[in-house]
Write a protein of this length. Structure first.
Lengths: 213, 428
């Protein structure tokens, strides 16, 4: 079984403060550790990623760009690069990041990385078979967005309604709701579609709430 | 039963959150043996005042035809209700009901709608003979709103759910424009049966024939599907609208001989940092064999695996368009159900905008499937009617059409949907 480290050990090994490590985890640059709180354990990948983040930052790259590059690497690749860094001849500029994101495509075909602030510019030479839109597409989220937009713009269109119409009637008032008993006199109500979609998260929420009372 | 799974993206990129759709197909092989479990049917018919005229006449003919299709070993009871409950025939082997046609002919319309009373009586008759060697079902037909006895839609749906747990499934048939389609839809959904809409009285015989056709060729009953993910971060939900049991199991219902039914799940996968084939979990399908005289349900475990490839390799991955097309159709059916909710609040412009937006989203996917194109066109037409005709279009009758169209697609009752559309097109 591979060696694991506490947050203190990780701090010592990398020289990066724990608050910064937690921040990187929140930003998705580091995988979530196993365990929580004091029992959180980190592994080799955390050390490698932290080492590479530091290297890339010296080239003034933005975090979102670093994240994309790290996500494109396998752990073997990270080992290889991290072993060479610290005095190696690797320059972490937008071009080298781009190569990782596009995974060193021999024809220099590149991909367009979505995001408001990618940290680097990559041009698309040829449209790929699968677009980034298809990658991130969710039918359920698309329907959610369509619904929420109706709510946002609802008041405008209601001007055309008949005078007797109730403007304040919520859209979801015919929806089915799940009642979850927490403690005596305390219940959690979750709309059924949401409940079935996020059962595990809601399970954790229930456990958390039960601890509060 | 054969289980197959297919993803729209069977290969996903390394180290990246990714959303995929997985289609779980359940297929019963065609069985031509002619052997089947006997049926135990409780036929419950509304004869309240509003059923008068051609409605009752056609329903009576349909009931005679239905019973005539049953085999001698099948059991059937016939109950009618207005504000009272009347037994036309207690549970009796079909074909041995004395003076059946005369008794049915003598049914006359009268009174109010004691739906829960009629339903309970029908269930009680089925319960008298039920057992694992029978396929037990109550078929409830009504044309109006329950106004005597239990009237709460939720309570009636729970009654149907309770009966299903006891082994009695419920099929509902709505006639005309005045019944509560949500109520009957929920009863059949939770009751594990089918839901039909008789748009005009002359459709009654055909609808009953369809139901008896399904019942006499059933191959698997009480089919459920459950997903057990290997990764805790896996978020998923169905794109269909099958009833969800307390433990998250989806109730798919019955499969007849040669039928294929499917459940489509959307799964949000966390960034996976392992290359090659990765186990996502397994699906567990349970069902009862409708032919063999076994008492215990059968269970199939089916592993779910997906391949993780480099981003470069992912660029050449082409999605399975069948899964994308089915997902699109289900999303459009869901949008139609949402439009009903908006229409009920007379928010017609918003309903139209929602339908147009969903149609545009699907169009952007550029799918060549003709069914998808047809549904997109239908959504746009519906949006146009909402915008221009408003109340004039959103009648009780058209609402029922929308509801059943959406519901049958989301419940993957493709054959019933097509039969319904055929009947509708024949009449227009």
């Amino acid at each position: 079984m591979s060696r694991t480290y506490t947050i203190s050990e990780l701090e010592s090994l990398t020289g990066i403060r724990r608050r910064t490590i937690h921040f990187y985890t929140q930003q998705g640059l580091l995988p979530t550790p196993t365990g929580a709180g004091g029992s959180a354990r980190y592994g080799e990948e955390h050390i490698l990623r932290l080492k590479l983040i530091r290297e890339m930052q010296t080239s003034h790259l933005k975090l979102s760009g670093i994240r994309e590059a790290l996500d494109a690497m396998s752990i073997e690749e990270m080992r290889g690069i991290a072993g060479k860094t610290g005095g190696s001849n690797i320059t972490w500029d937008s071009r080298s990041i781009e190569r990782w994101v596009s995974h060193t495509s021999p024809d220099k075909d590149t991909v367009l990385v979505q995001g408001s602030d990618p940290g680097y510019v990559v041009e698309r030479i040829e449209a790929p078979e699968t677009t980034e839109e298809q990658e991130s597409f969710s039918f359920l989220d698309a329907l959610d967005r369509a619904r929420s937009r109706e709510r946002i713009h609802g008041t405008d269109t209601l001007k055309n309604q008949h005078p007797g119409h109730r403007r304040d009637l919520p859209l979801g008032d015919t929806a089915q709701w799940e009642r979850i008993h927490l403690r005596d006199g305390i219940e959690l109500h979750v709309r059924s579609d949401r409940y079935h979609r996020n059962q595990r998260a809601i399970g954790r929420l229930v456990e958390f709430c039960k601890k509060l009372f | 039963m054969e289980i197959r799974t297919r993803f729209d993206y069977g290969k996903i990129p390394y180290g990246k959150d990714f959303t995929v759709r997985m289609m779980i197909e359940m297929e019963e092989q065609a069985r031509d043996t002619g052997v089947r479990k006997p049926l135990n049917i409780g036929l419950v018919l509304d004869r309240s005042g509003s059923m008068g005229g051609m409605k009752l006449h056609n329903v009576k003919e349909a009931a005679k035809h239905f019973i005539g299709q049953l085999a001698d070993e099948d059991i059937v009871s016939l109950t009618v209700f207005d504000d009272e409950i009347l037994t036309i025939a207690g549970p009796t082997p079909a074909g041995r009901i004395p003076f059946l046609n005369e008794k049915i002919d003598s049914i006359e319309h009268r009174g109010r709608t004691f739906l829960s009373g009629g339903y309970e009586q029908g269930c009680a008759y089925v319960a008298e003979r039920m057992g694992s060697h029978y396929i037990s079902r109550v078929i409830l037909l009504t044309d109006g709103l329950a106004n005597v006895g239990v009237q709460n839609p939720g309570a009636l749906a729970e009654m149907a759910s309770f009966m299903r747990i006891r082994g009695i499934t419920t099929t509902t048939i709505g006639v005309g424009s005045d019944y509560d389609e949500m109520l009957l839809g929920n009863m059949s959904e939770k009751g594990g049966g089918n839901a039909y809409f008789i748009e005009k009285p002359t459709d009654a015989v055909e609808v009953f024939a369809e139901e008896v056709g399904y019942l006499t060729s059933l191959s698997a009953t009480e089919c459920t599907v459950k997903l057990e993910p290997a990764k805790h971060q896996l978020a998923y939900d169905q794109l269909n609208s099958y009833a969800v049991l307390d433990d998250g199991t989806w109730l798919v219902g019955d499969l007849y001989s040669g039928q294929k039914r499917s459940l489509l799940l959307e799964m949000k996968l966390p960034a996976i940092k392992t290359s090659g084939s990765v186990e996502l979990g397994r699906i567990i399908v349970t069902y009862r064999d409708a032919v063999e005289h076994e008492t215990t349900p059968k269970t199939i475990h089916h592993p779910i695996e997906i391949e993780v490839v480099t981003k470069a390799a992912f660029k050449s991955v082409k999605p399975d368009t069948t899964v994308l097309s089915e997902s699109s159709i289900l999303m459009m059916a869901k949008a139609k159900a949402e439009a009903i909710t908006l229409g009920d609040h007379r928010r017609f412009d918003e309903a139209a905008a929602l339908l147009e937006r969903v149609a545009a989203t699907v169009e952007k996917l550029g799918l060549a499937d003709s069914r998808v194109r047809m549904f997109v066109e239908e959504l746009r037409n519906l949006a146009l009617r909402f915008r221009t005709q408003r109340d004039e279009y959103y009648t009780a009758h058209n609402r029922k059409r929308m509801y059943h169209d959406s519901n049958m697609i989301r419940m993957n009752r493709v054959e019933s949907y097509e039969s319904m559309i055929t009947r509708r097109n024949r009449s227009t």
